[in-house]
Design a protein around this ligand. Structure first.
Ligand code: GH3
Ligand code: MG
Ligand code: MG
Ligand code: MG
Ligand code: MG
Length: 316
């Protein structure tokens, strides 16, 4: 009777917990073939508002985590059918660094020898199953998640432009260098474009700097929503954006950029109490060169010509 009653209570708790608000920033995957042990861990973690997913099969867990970079932590048992916890750790570490994913190995009491094994394969820490109830357990988990979240915030801040929220120049080169090398090897069509707002100084001079900022944000937003997932845009200078597009031929790029130019010049921008319009000049370079910087330079030269010949136009 007591057991039955306990089970009833536990089910009630689980019911309530699944309805609790969770923090999707703290997604944890538990890999544990013993359902009882996993359930306990799951309940305890949910109390602390973690988003928890449980897998009994390590191979399925691996596939899931591989395609879900939002998972912050994997807590894995050692002994499981098909693949042991150390092997799972080793495979995950080939994909995710310690700054991207925390891995905690776990095992039953009396198996502390496992600790070294887990750490050797890339785990951050090791816990003994019976220690779940200790406050130390949460403090440790919390501290791992806190450092990961802080690191990711810093990484984003270092790669994105604060004003427009598009990647900065540094991030552009980090990402595009590799893309460009592969495009060169595979002889893929690529296009590099420089986009510069026309007479932007006049916007600042007439309406003030904060209206200028709003215009910049809006233009960045239009560019961002016009590109494909595989394209990279970055804020290169004050009112200048660079775009790198893979698989974009010269013929298509002229049409694409003229559409973009038109979209920007048609936009009525709401900035503070003003409604205003701006135009952009665009220089493009579609003949691939081994050196990425040479392509950017060509786009820059084309941009200069676009300015010289009257602005609000696209020149290749
Ligand atoms: P052009 O058509 O030749 O490009 O003329 P322009 O006035 O756009 O070019 P110029 O290079 O003379 O001036 C760029 C201006 O952009 C100067 C600067 O005050 C402004 N600017 C640069 N960064 C920012 C920013 O973050 N916010 C604001 N509001 N203005 C900026
Ligand atoms: Mg097991
Ligand atoms: Mg300008
Ligand atoms: Mg200028
Ligand atoms: Mg400029």
């Amino acid at each position: 009777y007591v057991i039955k009653n306990d089970r009833y209570v536990i089910n009630e708790i689980v019911e309530t917990l699944t309805r609790l608000e969770r923090n999707p920033d703290n997604k944890i995957v538990i890999v544990e073939d013993s359902r009882t042990s996993a359930k306990l861990l799951q309940i305890l973690l949910r109390v602390h508002k973690y988003e928890v997913l449980h897998f009994t099969n390590p191979k399925e867990a691996f596939e899931y985590v591989k395609y879900h970079p939002d998972v912050k932590m994997v807590i894995t048992d050692y002994q499981m059918p098909g693949m042991d916890g150390c092997e799972l750790t080793r495979r995950l570490r080939r994909i995710y660094s310690k700054q991207e994913l925390a891995i905690l190995g776990m095992s039953g009491a009396g198996q502390t020898i496992m600790a070294a094994n887990f750490l050797k394969h890339g785990a951050d820490d090791f816990i003994i199953k019976q220690s779940f109830l200790a406050e130390e357990f949460y403090l440790r988990i919390n501290s791992y998640l806190d450092s990961l979240n802080t690191f990711q915030k810093l990484a984003t801040a270092a790669s994105f432009d604060y004003l427009t929220n598009v990647p900065n120049r540094r991030h552009f080169f980090e990402v595009v260098e590799a893309m460009h090398e592969s495009a060169w090897r595979h002889e893929t069509a690529v296009t590099c474009a420089m986009i510069d707002i026309d007479k932007f100084k006049a916007v600042n001079d007439t309406y003030g700097h904060s209206v200028g900022d709003a215009v910049l944000r809006e233009v960045a937003q239009i560019i961002k929503t016009s590109i494909r997932k595989s394209d990279v845009v970055a804020r290169f200078g004050g009112e200048e954006f660079c775009l790198y597009m893979n698989g974009m031929s010269s013929k298509n790029s002229m049409e694409y950029f003229d559409n973009l130019r038109e979209k920007i010049s048609d936009a009525i921008i709401d900035a503070e109490d003003h409604k205003l319009q701006v135009t952009v000049s665009i220089g493009i370079s579609s003949s691939i060169k081994y050196n990425l910087n040479d392509m950017i330079e060509d786009a820059d030269k084309a941009l200069y010509r676009a300015k010289e010949t009257g602005r609000n136009r696209v020149i290749e």
